[in-house]
Each structure stands twice: as structure tokens, then as C-alpha cells.
Design a protein around this ligand. Structure first.
Ligand code: GLV
Ligand code: GLV
Length: 343
């Protein structure tokens, strides 16, 4: 009999890649919304593989509902916080994910948020949208903010990366033309110190420094800080009130990594009390249950978008394709294009 695979989402334009397969017994959640837990628990019974997104918790409950047939979990995401990886290893279940294909899209959004947060775009944009442009008569210093690019009167800029993996390095590549001068980074396994790489980056881009640094230095010296670490316990609230209090008053924090890395209440306080200048947020603790009353949503200098870092037509199609290829290869016992090996 054909292996059963469960698809938790309507994958839109990528669906034909699955529907054309006659060698699989497909069970597909048909609606545009996220599948319900009840549907998933019921339908995963006897499945060999399952394709999930970030919303699906892959835990003991789900594995028990599936039973011993389950061999492969394929997630359409680079992050795997929703998957209990030690448990997967213990039960010998392979995990596929989608690194690399979303690197450029997330780097693009990271730079966009750095620019928007620095330049007051949240406030300036809503002023126009609410019809108040006539009231704003171009006063010389209204809406001013710190400038990302260097100038001859302001010739140095330090960019910090909390997490300097693929996305961090792609973000740096985009910042070079802005004339940034110093790069500091720290983080977990994806951002190990690499002095040969750092020397090469420094020489290639004529930077004054590319250095692995302590959290303390990252906080104190960054003009723009990009949070690009994975989530999970190792990075939980690395950016807390202690960290934020050390930051420069004109600094900008961008989080396109994981919401749990930044203490959201502390960040709201930091903005309100002007410990830092602004924040650009794509990921937030507690998402998607974020209301208009959330302290960060209410902060004028916080530019927030709802976790859309990889949301381009090209990248989402590449992610869906990669997730499907991982699933199919795993279910048929072949090499998965991107398999996560539990560390
Ligand atoms: C998005 O955050 C992802 O993990 O792919
Ligand atoms: C994720 O792809 C990272 O390593 O930054």
C-alpha cells in the first residue's frame, strides 16, 4: 500500500507538486487557515510523513497519535522551535526544514526594518494615511532619526548581530554600501567565531573591524542591532532590560529572528523611556495573538510587521518546494535535500 502523508496547509501554487504524485496516499487540510489540532491528531494516525508549518507543535502527543508508522516530519520553515528535536532523535524520526532558500528574503526585510525604525516611518506613514499631512509643514527637525548610512560628518557606524549565521551575513552584505565601519557579533552554534572569515570580510569590504564580541559589548557599541538567532531556551530573553539599558540612546534594534529572544515588555519600556531610539519587529513573543493594546504595538517608534520575513512569491515557492521534496524523499527512504541532524 502507498505511504500515507498528511499535509497541514494549503500550499497554494505548490500544491500541484504534491497532487501529481500517484505513489503517495495524500491527506490534505483543504482550507486556507491553519489546520485544527483535532483534525491533525485524527488524521495523522498511521501516517508515514507529515508536512507542518511553524504553528503545528510536533510533540509527544502528535507522535503518539501518529503511531509507529511515522518516519518523517517536514517543516516549511528554517526555524524548528515547534519541533521536539530530542524526541525526534529518540524515536528515529527524520526532520526536514528549509534553510538557505529564505536567507535573502529575510535579509531584505531586516534592512527594511532597520531603515523604517530609524527614520520614524511608523509615525510618518500613519500621519499621511490619516490625512494629517497638511498639519505637518516640514519643520526642519520633525521626524528626524538616526541615519543608517555614514556621512563625512558622521563617518562611523557599528552594526551588531546577535546571531551571525547565513541571514546575518546576507544582511551584512546589504549594509556594506551604506558605509558601515564596524561589525560585532555573538550568538550560538550558527554564529561560531571564525577569525579567517572575519579577516576576509574585513579586507574585502575595507571595514575597520569584524569581531566576535560579548553580549555586553554588543549592547554598548551597536548603532543597529540585528537579532537573528534561533529561538528556544538557549536564547530566551537574551535581550532583556539589562541588555537594553546598556544600548545607545540613538540605537535601533531589529528582530527578524525569533520573538522569544527579546523580552517584549522590556523593549516597550526601553522605547518609552528612550533607552534606545527605535525597533523594527517581525517576530514577537506570543504571536500571532497580538492585539492593538500590546505595549509594543502602541509604541510609536516600534515598526511592526506580522512575521513576514520570508514572504515573497519566490521564497515561499522555494520553501514549499523544499518542504515537499524533503517529505517525499524522506517517506520514500531517500536523501532529503535539507535534513536536520539533531545536535
Ligand atoms: C520563519 O520564521 C521560519 O522559521 O521559516
Ligand atoms: C539561518 O538561516 C541562520 O543561520 O542565520
Amino acid at each position: 500500500s502507498k505511504p500515507k502523508v498528511v499535509i497541514c496547509r494549503n500550499l497554494g501554487p505548490a500544491m500541484p507538486l504534491l497532487m501529481d504524485r500517484t505513489d503517495l496516499d495524500l491527506v490534505v487540510w483543504g482550507e486556507d487557515s491553519a489546520c485544527t489540532r483535532a483534525w491533525l491528531l485524527e488524521n495523522i494516525k498511521g501516517a508515514t510523513g507529515v508536512l507542518v508549518l511553524l504553528q503545528e507543535m510536533v510533540d509527544a502527543e502528535l507522535l503518539d497519535a501518529a503511531g509507529p508508522s511515522l518516519r518523517v516530519v517536514s517543516t516549511m520553515s528554517v526555524g524548528t522551535d515547534h519541533i521536539d528535536l530530542p524526541l525526534m532523535a529518540k524515536r528515529n524520526i527524520r526532520v526536514g526544514y528549509t534553510p538557505d532558500v529564505l536567507t535573502e528574503a529575510v535579509a531584505d526585510l531586516s534592512v527594511m526594518l532597520a531603515l523604517m525604525a530609524g527614520r520614524n516611518d511608523g509615525v510618518a506613514y500613519s500621519l499621511v494615511k490619516s490625512g494629517d499631512w497638511p498639519k505637518f509643514n516640514w519643520s526642519p527637525f520633525t521626524f528626524c532619526g538616526p541615519q543608517l548610512s555614514t556621512t563625512s560628518s558622521s563617518p562611523s557606524r557599528t552594526v551588531g548581530f546577535l546571531g551571525f549565521g547565513r541571514i546575518g551575513q546576507a544582511t551584512l552584505a546589504r549594509l556594506i554600501p551604506f558605509g558601515i565601519t564596524h561589525v560585532l557579533y555573538t550568538g550560538r552554534s550558527t554564529s561560531a567565531p571564525d577569525s579567517a572569515r572575519d579577516t576576509a570580510l574585513r579586507e574585502k569590504h575595507r571595514l575597520a573591524a569584524v569581531e566576535h564580541a560579548s553580549l555586553d559589548r554588543l549592547a554598548r557599541e551597536s548603532d543597529i542591532l540585528f537579532v537573528l538567532t534561533p529561538g528556544g531556551q538557549d536564547t530566551y530573553h537574551l535581550v532583556d532590560s539589562v541588555f537594553l539599558r546598556k544600548m545607545k540612546p540613538l540605537s535601533v534594534l531589529v528582530n527578524t529572528g525569533r520573538g522569544t529572544v527579546v523580552d517584549a515588555d522590556a523593549l516597550a519600556t526601553a522605547l518609552r523611556e528612550k533607552w534606545i531610539w527605535g525597533a523594527g519587529i517581525d517576530v514577537l513573543e506570543g504571536e500571532p495573538r497580538i492585539s492593538a493594546d500590546h505595549p509594543l504595538v502602541k509604541e510609536p517608534r516600534c515598526v511592526i510587521v506580522p512575521h513576514i520575513g520570508s514572504a515573497t512569491f519566490q521564497t515561499r515557492m522555494d520553501m514549499a518546494t523544499r518542504a515537499i521534496d524533503n517529505l517525499v524523499a524522506g517517506v520514500l527512504g531517500g536523501n532529503m535535500p535539507a535534513e536536520l541532524v539533531a545536535k
